[in-house]
Design a protein around this ligand. Structure first.
Ligand code: ATR
Length: 279
């Protein structure tokens, strides 16, 4: 039996077990994927004993992604660039860490729109936390060079720029609504608009009609930002697809099968988030 898990603190809300156990059932793989609450001060010990605990690897979520980067060698340049690990896997006797957030993000967009049309367009990212770094870093690697980051704390954009290199325009949070003219893709990576968090207060008046809007928040499944964008005719991409698609490579690495992202899987996770969900 192959064992994997997701570690975080807290971890009780993680939907990753729902996703991986769906695939384990679907492909009749003798494996398990569980939630493991790991306090920050217990993280190093948990990682050190990963193998003796019988794990083939794990996912890492808030607040552990950056700390795990300091504990395990990175498997690739992208992971080194963003300095955060969300997927730990074994190669022979060693564990390595990688980051699948960027590919999950872009695969989600690509499932809905032709991303080549966005390559030369201005991409406006709200927020400069870990998710923003992972997304911006991946977009840069894929040749999306026209990035603008809007954040309440400007120093965080400066730090992000120092980490990622390249050209990233820093925009003051107060100018967020003005920043949307000429925008081809608008991405919310802040926690604003999430259930239990303050709303995201932004005017879409300047947003071009052909812009794509996405939110990494998936509780609710369709955030107010996405509702407002859809109401004015913009194409929208919900955040749940990023969660599901970032899970694909971890499953492949641990369980040896590249899993399919199906409508049935979406429905399963969406219903867990919103019992009133209808496709
Ligand atoms: P993650 O690692 O998941 O991206 P994070 O590091 O906590 O999460 O980042 C959250 C993002 O939401 C940040 O960009 C944060 O802005 P600050 O860097 O200024 O803190 C943004 N955010 C959270 N609450 C906000 C608020 N009330 N107004 C504006 N931005 C907010």
């Amino acid at each position: 039996m192959i064992k994997a898990c997701v570690i975080g603190w807290p971890i009780s809300h993680s939907r990753s077990p729902l996703i991986h156990n769906y695939w384990l059932r679907k492909y009749q793989i003798d494996g398990s994927y569980t939630r493991q609450p790991v306090e920050p001060n217990a993280l190093a010990e948990f990682i050190r004993t990963l193998r003796s605990s019988g794990y083939a690897g794990c996912n890492c979520t808030i607040p552990h992604k950056e700390a795990v980067y300091g504990l395990i060698p990175a498997a690739d340049d992208y992971t080194r660039k963003v300095g955060a690990i969300n997927t730990v896997f074994a190669i022979g006797d060693a564990f390595l860490g990688t980051n699948t957030d960027g590919e999950g993000f872009l695969a989600n967009i690509a499932s809905a729109v032709d991303v080549s049309e966005l390559r030369n367009k201005r991409i406006v990212i709200l927020g400069a936390g870990g998710a923003s770094v992972a997304i911006a870093g991946f977009l840069q690697d894929q040749g999306f060079a026209n990035l603008a980051v809007v954040n309440r704390t400007v120093e965080r954009v400066t730090a992000m720029r120092a980490r990622l290199g390249g050209r990233i325009e820093a925009i003051d949070w107060n100018d967020r609504s003005f920043a949307l003219s000429e925008c081809g893709l608008l991405v919310n990576t802040t926690s604003l608009g999430m259930q239990g968090q303050p709303p995201l207060d932004i005017s879409l008046d300047r947003l071009p009609d052909d812009a794509v809007v996405t939110d990494i928040v998936y509780t609710p499944l369709r955030t107010q930002l996405l509702k407002d964008a859809a109401a004015r005719g913009n194409r929208v991409v919900e955040g749940l697809g990023m969660l599901v698609r970032q899970a694909v490579r971890g499953f492949t690495l641990w369980f040896g099968k590249t899993p399919e992202v199906t409508a049935e899987l979406f429905d399963l996770v969406a219903l867990d988030i919103d019992p009133n969900y209808r496709r």
